[in-house]
Design a protein around this ligand. Structure first.
Ligand SMILES: Nc1ncnc2c1ncn2[C@@H]1O[C@H](COP(=O)(O)OP(=O)(O)OP(=O)(O)O)[C@@H](O)[C@H]1O
Ligand SMILES: [Mg+2]
Length: 285
């Protein structure tokens, strides 16, 4: 087995749609913008990529899919959201059959070796690297499980998500992969939902953050921004920032000044203005 790389965190759940990509994009953006950390976030969901779409990358020239090719210069696939936040997207194209990927599928160890090479190259350059994982236990997620230093599980407060999460924990045990905790996402606070204690007991791991169901999350995605930037004081944004801080041993305090800013929606105006200016500049080109 490859040596695990300690500052690489895999964001996982075997169930689709629980919020892995939203969590990856937001933790990375919060660390980069709010806490001035250098972060790389990589889409390891080779078959149903979406990370780029959360971070305003629609037509990437080079992707993780290229990295898996022979003799490709890994750095060419790194995209810059801003100075601190870098992204390696995966290809969203289905035009030509991914011949190389198809061959690689047969041998998960080839992918693991490539990931190991890539992450060793980057681990010193970044404070933290996130792997946005594919659902299921296909070669994509299994490869990520082999190289990441730790795992953050994403779960929703319902049985299907819990059962999938439990499976992921079992796989992690088999692969001796440290589990850092679970992020409960899309909680509505309804009586019928599974409670935090029930989830913790069933999984045998701690819930490290509880992100409410927030319609601003899809709204932010349609605006091509993570919610922590689109609406920095939304309830979900504050949870993301607190969690991001805890990952690097820092604290996010939602104190008086921030409460006033939230009331006046100051940060929101700032980011949206920037966004509009960006759009205008892009149109002029
Ligand atoms: N806290 C939230 N509140 C409301 N909607 C959310 C929240 N988190 C995620 N979503 C929505 O859920 C959908 C799925 O989210 P996301 O793509 O992050 O999940 P995923 O686990 O990465 O999916 P996949 O398994 O397909 O990769 C998105 O449409 C997103 O807008
Ligand atoms: Mg996803």
């Amino acid at each position: 087995m490859m040596k695990r790389i300690s500052n690489v965190i895999a964001i996982m759940s075997s169930k689709g749609g629980v919020g892995k990509t939203s969590v990856s994009a937001n933790l990375a953006a919060a660390l980069a913008v709010e806490f001035n950390k250098k972060v790389l976030v990589i889409d390891t969901n080779l078959s149903t990529a979406s990370l780029g779409l959360h971070l305003n990358i629609f037509y990437p020239k080079y992707t993780i899919n290229d990295i898996l090719r022979k003799n490709f210069k890994i750095k060419k696939a790194v995209h810059f959201y801003n100075e601190n936040l870098h992204i390696i997207p995966a290809s969203i194209q289905i035009r030509k059959p991914e011949k190389n990927i198809h061959n690689l599928r047969k041998n998960v160890f080839k992918i693991i070796k490539k990931y190991d090479e890539m992450l060793n190259e980057f681990s010193k350059e970044y404070d933290l690297i996130f792997l946005d994982c594919a659902p299921g236990f296909e070669m994509e997620s299994i490869a990520a499980m082999h190289v990441a230093g730790g795992l953050l599980l994403v779960v929703n407060p319902e049985y299907p998500a819990l059962v999938s999460a439990a499976k992921t924990v079992e796989y992690a045990k088999i692969l001796k992969m440290p589990v850092g905790g679970a992020i409960l996402n899309k909680s509505l606070g309804k009586k019928y939902e599974l409670k935090e204690e029930e989830i913790e007991e069933a999984l045998g791991i701690k819930i490290v953050g509880s992100v409410p169901f927030d319609m601003k999350v899809p709204e932010s995605i349609s605006n091509k921004m993570p919610i922590v930037l689109f609406d920095p004081y939304a309830k979900s944004s504050i949870v993301f920032k607190k969690l991001a801080a805890s990952l690097v041993g820092m604290k996010y305090k939602f104190g008086f000044v921030k409460r006033v800013k939230k009331f006046l929606r100051i940060g929101v105006k700032k980011y949206r203005k920037e966004k509009i200016a960006e759009k205008k500049a892009a149109k002029k080109k």
